[in-house]
Design a protein around this ligand. Structure first.
Ligand SMILES: NC(=O)C1=CN([C@@H]2O[C@H](COP(=O)(O)OP(=O)(O)OC[C@H]3O[C@@H](n4cnc5c(N)ncnc54)[C@H](O)[C@@H]3O)[C@@H](O)[C@H]2O)C=CC1
Length: 372
């Protein structure tokens, strides 16, 4: 690790335990510096605020690997066009961030740390601004809900049509989504569950237990055909490597199936030669909402196999256990391209299992919305 990355990581340990204070200070300072910025944020700040700070901090901690994060930051910049943020706003956020870091870290902070964060922040936002500037698409798309199907109490599959402009995305990517009628200015990310098509239709799979998740709750329980949503620029690297001839392993937990379904759909258009194995896990059999549709694909495409598993129903007529465990029973997966999608804990467990199989990390793709 070079000195720059070391300074960032070292200084982060001074504030890491004090995230709430850091976040409180950041937003207080930000809105004092530019009260107009307040209107870019949701009415209720709890939770939402931290997301932006989180994105900045994640990016800073990975600044020692600029190549791989170049596209991530550009996409983040494109995505942030939905907030109408411009270069001046980024500068103000930088001032607030440095102030918040200094006051939260206290005596341990020094000039070297200050300089490292300043440089990192500038490098990150320069890439985000470049990504936003190079984007000819609208800052967000209005989208009309076409269909809405409930699967049990907590899950919904919905399709929407992006209006006015095509929304270009790649199978396996995700977008952020706002339900303005229910929670204005609150955006959450969801993987697109279908491959790109000429109708400009996108499918989403959403699950949320009662009482949890503002946007997900609205999408599962209160959204109806005809409602308008907003979508922002596509992001994510869980896309097909079209140059690769390796067989493919997909591991999905719950609604983590969404990007995997999109990849399989894409493969139905182009694949002739690669075996594709999908492992699809849920807690209970009734949570395997997409299994019938997957089984239909298996009938049509001889290269596709699907193995369902349940972790909380010993009577399930199929594989039992966490999907990360089940997948190891069928390995080794050393020579496959691997795609992993699900909760952060499920992804982490699966990555460990694949590491034990000595799958080269560059052959594994995943996007998580929590810390892995
Ligand atoms: N691109 C992505 O990575 C996507 C991720 N998601 C995430 O996927 C998650 C899906 O949640 P639900 O549908 O509620 O499914 P869930 O959390 O009930 O997951 C069910 C499956 O995950 C496995 N699992 C759960 N905890 C595990 C652990 N600690 N170790 C190993 N395996 C574990 C279970 O064995 C089961 O196979 C959400 O957190 C959502 O944010 C959703 C869509 C796309």
């Amino acid at each position: 690790m070079d000195n720059f990355a070391r300074l960032l990581k070292e200084s982060w340990t001074l504030v890491e335990e004090d995230r709430d204070r850091l976040s409180g200070h950041f937003y207080a300072r930000l809105f004092l510096l530019d009260p107009a910025l307040r209107q870019l944020f949701p009415v209720q700040m709890s939770g939402q605020g931290d997301r932006i700070l989180e994105a900045i901090v994640t990016a800073t901690q990975t600044v020692d690997d600029p190549e791989s994060f170049d596209e991530y930051l550009r996409a983040l910049g494109r995505d942030h066009r939905k907030y109408h943020v411009d270069a001046a706003h980024y500068a103000t956020m930088g001032v607030a961030l440095l102030d918040a870091l200094r006051s939260t870290a206290g005596d341990g902070w020094n000039l070297e740390y200050d300089q490292a964060w300043r440089e990192a922040y500038q490098a990150i936002t320069a890439k985000m601004v470049a990504g936003a500037d190079a984007d000819d698409n609208p800052p967000f798309w209005h989208a009309e809900v076409l269909t809405h199907e409930r699967h049990g109490a907590d899950t919904a599959v919905l399709t929407v049509r992006a209006l006015q402009h095509p929304l270009p995305f790649r199978a396996g990517q995700y977008v952020s989504l706002e339900a303005p009628r229910h929670h204005p200015r609150v955006w959450r990310t969801y993987s697109v569950a279908n491959a790109p098509n000429d109708d400009n239709v996108l499918e989403f799979h959403v699950r949320t237990p009662e009482g949890a998740g503002w946007v997900s709750g609205a999408l599962v329980r209160r959204t109806r055909p005809g409602d308008l949503l907003r979508l922002a620029a596509p992001m994510g690297s869980m896309t097909l490597d079209t140059e690769s001839t390796r067989d493919i392993l997909c591991v999905a937990g719950g609604v983590g199936l969404a990007p995997v379904k999109a990849l399989v759909e894409e493969l139905t258009k182009v694949n002739r030669t690669r075996w594709v194995h999908v492992f699809y896990g849920a807690r209970r059999p009734e949570d395997l909402y997409a299994l019938p549709a997957l089984q239909e694909l298996v009938e049509t495409y001889p290269w596709l196999s699907v193995t369902p598993a349940c972790s909380e129903d010993p009577d399930f007529d199929g594989e039992l256990g966490d999907i990360s465990e089940v997948v190891t029973r069928y390995g080794p997966w050393t020579s496959h391209d691997c795609y992993v999608s699900g909760s952060a804990r499920m992804v982490r467990a699966t990555l460990r299992a694949l590491a034990e199989d000595e799958v080269p990390p560059q052959h594994i793709r995943y996007d998580t919305f929590g810390n892995v």
